[in-house]
Write a protein that binds this ligand. Structure first.
Ligand code: FPP
Length: 252
């Protein structure tokens, strides 16, 4: 059973970083300038998680649908990802961050795939913060690949169809080894999940802000954490039942 009382600090935060394009357009600059400013906000978010003891951070960097954006923007984003991988990995490693990527990796160029692999390999033993970058990721696609993996197990005799339960599905989803996100943050003013972690967000607290992603600062993240700390997470139980389960009896 999940912990009934929210820990004051979320163990895992999932973020949709929205509003880069609008931030640039408001300044009459090309959209890629907004994405570059967005990359700086990524660093602010990672610093914040390290300082507050958040153990996992999942960032939606590029959705399966984003491939459909104008070619010029997709190309510029790929260059930005490549530069970020070249520039940031040493420092992330030094700070104890374990990096990984989820999504359809095969859609990226060989040079990006190699750097993704190198970043994961270099940081694999770190334990301070799990940084998950969702790239060419889609929640429905994640569920479909889990279904495919289970079907293969059944076809090859490792699993019986009647033994497929929630735990079996969860084990095949991306992030199976991490606690599900406690807190979801979306910037940019829209109140949607947009095909992010559909399975994993089932009981996540949702927090939205009108601020655009490049405007993110530590005060905004603290605001989200304060709000989270004040919420009662019931996981389908009643308030009275939740009050009965003291945190020390039910450690996170
Ligand atoms: C959404 O804003 C943002 C993206 C599609 C790209 C996110 C990329 C970054 C924050 C840059 C670097 C990331 C890493 C992990 C190095 P939008 O373009 O949809 O904004 P809009 O809604 O205002 O158009």
């Amino acid at each position: 059973m999940p912990p009934a009382t929210a820990p004051a600090i979320p163990r895992h935060i999932a973020v949709i970083m929205d509003g880069n394009g609008r931030w640039a357009e408001r300044r009459r600059r090309p959209r890629i300038i907004g994405h570059r400013a967005g990359a700086r906000a990524v660093n602010i978010c990672i610093d914040f998680c390290l300082e507050r003891g958040v153990r996992a951070l999942t960032l939606f960097a590029f959705s399966s649908e984003n491939w459909g954006r104008p070619q010029e923007e997709v190309g510029a984003l790929m260059k930005l990802f490549l530069n970020a991988l070249d520039r940031e990995v040493e420092e992330l490693d030094r700070r104890g961050v374990r990096v990984r990527f989820i999504g359809e990796r095969e859609r990226f160029s060989a040079s990006i795939r190699e750097r993704m692999h190198a970043a994961e390999h270099q940081t694999r033993a770190n334990t301070r913060l799990d940084l998950v970058v969702a790239a060419s990721y889609g929640g429905r696609q994640d569920i479909a690949q889990a279904a495919r993996a289970l079907a293969t197990d059944v076809a090859e005799g490792r699993l019986r169809a009647e033994d497929i339960d929630e735990a079996a599905v969860a084990a095949k989803m991306a992030l199976a080894d991490l606690p599900p996100p406690d807190l979801f943050i979306r910037t940019g003013g829209d109140h949607r999940i947009s095909n992010f972690l559909l399975w994993q967000l089932a009981y996540t607290e949702l927090w939205f802000t009108e601020l655009l992603w490049p405007e993110l600062d530590a005060a905004t993240l603290q605001h989200a954490l304060d709000d989270f700390a004040g919420r009662e997470r019931r996981f389908g139980l009643t308030s009275a039942q939740v009050a009965d389960v003291a945190p020390e009896k039910n450690p996170a």
